[in-house]
Design a binder for this molecule. Structure first.
Ligand code: FAD
Length: 406
C-alpha cells in the first residue's frame, strides 16, 4: 500500500481542522484523510434548525469542498488498526502506512439500543436533532403541536454536546410560550443523569427557564423503548434504593437524544480503553501506548465535553505535540479540557457555558458566564457557523492557543 507522513482517520470537524492546521504549520507534510462520506456537516446548528432558527441547507457542504488542498482524500472507511505495523486497513481492501496517525472518526449514535426507535423515527411525532434529516422534522412538530404532551430525553453520558437534549426543550417551549400555547402543552424532560447539567454553576439559571416553561424534570429516567403508532415511550427509572422501575408515558411529541458509543472499529481495536474510546493522555492527547498515535474529537478518551468547541482547542494541542514528537522534541502543549456548550434557553438568548476538566469555568469573555445573553446568541447563531466554514476548516486558530486571552 501507499505510505504517508500522517494519516488522519475521519474528515469531520476534527479531521479537517487538524489537517488544515498541520498544513499551515508545515505545507510539505504528506497527509491522507480517510473519510467515506461525500458530505461534511456543521452539527452544532442542528439545535437551531429544530427550533426554527436556522436553515438546514447551510449545515452541509460537499466533502470535496472542505478537504484542505495539499492533502489526499481517500474516500473509504477505515476498518482495522494495525498499530504495531503502522498500518490501517481500509473497507475497500487497501491498506495504508503512516509515520504518525491521528484518530478522529467521531462517535456512533446507537439508535438500536432503544427498542422500536429506528422504525418510528421521523414518524408518529418521534424526532431527534441529532440527525441532519430529522432536525427539520423537530421544527415541523413544534409548529404543529397545539396542545398535549411533549417528552424530551437524554441518554447516559458521555454524549456529544451534553446540553443539546435540553436545548431542544427550551427552544420548543419558547415557541409555544410566544404562541400562547404553553399552558396547553405539558412538557417533561427525562434524563438518565441525576442532575440537570454537569457543571453546577449553570444549574440555577437553567432552573429559571425550567420554571418559566413549567417543565417537569424526571431524573435517572432512561428511555428504553418507543411504541410509535400508539405514541408510548417506556423508561427505566432508577430508584434511590438502586432498583429499577419500568414506566410507560404517552406522548404527542417525543424528542430523542440517542445513546452514544465509540465506533465499533475503534472499540474492538488495540487503541481502545475499557469503555471503547481511543485512549489518550488527557493533557498531551497522545495515545497512552503508541507514541506515534494521537486522537481528538468525540472519539478520544479525555473526559471533556464532547463538542466542536473542544476540538477547536484540541487541534492546537495535537498539531504542536505531533510535530514535536516527530522532531523528538518534548511535547509542551497541554490541554486543559476546555469544552463549550452554548445553551439556547430562548430564541435570542444563550448561556455560554465554557468549562474544562473538573468543571472548572473557563470563560472566553470577561462577562458573567451564567447570565443568558443576546451577544452569546449572535456568537452561536451567526459568528460561529461563519467562522467554522471560513476560518476553522481552513486551519485558522481563533483564541485557541493555550494561554490565549480567556
Ligand atoms: P464528527 O464531526 O462527527 O466527524 C466524524 C467523521 O468521521 C465523519 O465525517 C464520519 O463520516 C467519519 N467516519 C466515521 N467512521 C469512519 C471510519 N470508519 N473511517 C473513516 N472515517 C469515518 N458542538 C459544539 O461545540 N457546540 C454545540 O452547540 C454543539 N451542538 C451540537 C448539537 C447536536 C445536535 C450535535 C449532533 C452535535 C453538537 N455539537 C456541538 C458537537 C459537535 O458537532 C461534535 O463534537 C464535533 O462534530 C466532533 O467532531 P469529530 O470530528 O470528532 O466528529
Amino acid at each position: 500500500g501507499e505510505d504517508f507522513d500522517i494519516v488522519v482517520i475521519g474528515g469531520g470537524t476534527a479531521g479537517i481542522g487538524i489537517t488544515a492546521s498541520l498544513l499551515r504549520r508545515q505545507p510539505s507534510l504528506r497527509i491522507a484523510i480517510v473519510e467515506p462520506s461525500d458530505r461534511h456537516y456543521y452539527q452544532p446548528a442542528w439545535t437551531l434548525v429544530g427550533g426554527g432558527a436556522y436553515d438546514i441547507s447551510k449545515t452541509v457542504q460537499p466533502m470535496a469542498s472542505v478537504i484542505p488542498s495539499g492533502s489526499t482524500w481517500i474516500q473509504t472507511a477505515a476498518s482495522v488498526f494495525d498499530p504495531n505495523s503502522n498500518l490501517v486497513h481500509l473497507a475497500d481492501g487497501r491498506s495504508i502506512g503512516y509515520r504518525q496517525l491521528v484518530v478522529c472518526p467521531g462517535l456512533r449514535l446507537a439508535w438500536e439500543q432503544i427498542e422500536g426507535l429506528e422504525d418510528t423515527l421521523g414518524k408518529h411525532g418521534v424526532t431527534s436533532n441529532y440527525r441532519f434529516d430529522l432536525a427539520p422534522y423537530t421544527w415541523s412538530l413544534v409548529k404543529e403541536l397545539k396542545g398535549g404532551k411533549a417528552l424530551f430525553t437524554q441518554p447516559p453520558m458521555p454524549i456529544k454536546c451534553a446540553g443539546a437534549p435540553q436545548k431542544a426543550m427550551y427552544l420548543s417551549c419558547d415557541h409555544w410560550l410566544r404562541q400562547g400555547l404553553l399552558d396547553k402543552v405539558s412538557v417533561e424532560f427525562n434524563s438518565a443523569a441525576p442532575v440537570l447539567f454537569g457543571v453546577a454553576a449553570f444549574v440555577p439559571p437553567l432552573m429559571e427557564y425550567v420554571k418559566r416553561y413549567n417543565a417537569n424534570l424526571a431524573f435517572s429516567s432512561n428511555l428504553v423503548k418507543v411504541d410509535g403508532p400508539n405514541r408510548i415511550a417506556y423508561f427505566d427509572i432508577r430508584q434511590p434504593d438502586g432498583s429499577v422501575e419500568w414506566v410507560a408515558k404517552s406522548f404527542d411529541m417525543l424528542h430523542v437524544s440517542p445513546p452514544q458509543a465509540a465506533p465499533d472499529f475503534v472499540r474492538k481495536s488495540p487503541l481502545a480503553d475499557a469503555a471503547g474510546w481511543c485512549e489518550v493522555d488527557h493533557k498531551t492527547l497522545r495515545h497512552t501506548r503508541y507514541a506515534n498515535i494521537f486522537s481528538l474529537g468525540d472519539v478520544c478518551s479525555s473526559p471533556n465535553a464532547k463538542t466542536a468547541a473542544a476540538v477547536r482547542k484540541q487541534i492546537v494541542v495535537v498539531a504542536e505535540n505531533l510535530l514535536a514528537a516527530r522532531e523528538s522534541r518534548e511535547m509542551a502543549t497541554l490541554y486543559d479540557g476546555y469544552g463549550s456548550c452554548p445553551l439556547t434557553v430562548e430564541k435570542g438568548k444563550v448561556i455560554l457555558a465554557e468549562f474544562g476538566y473538573g468543571g472548572k469555568l473557563l470563560p472566553t469573555f470577561r462577562l458573567d458566564p451564567t447570565v443568558p445573553r443576546f451577544l452569546a446568541w449572535l456568537l452561536k447563531a451567526k459568528f460561529l457557523p461563519w467562522f467554522y466554514w471560513h476560518g476553522f476548516l481552513k486551519g485558522r486558530e481563533w483564541l485557541a492557543r493555550p494561554g490565549s486571552p480567556t
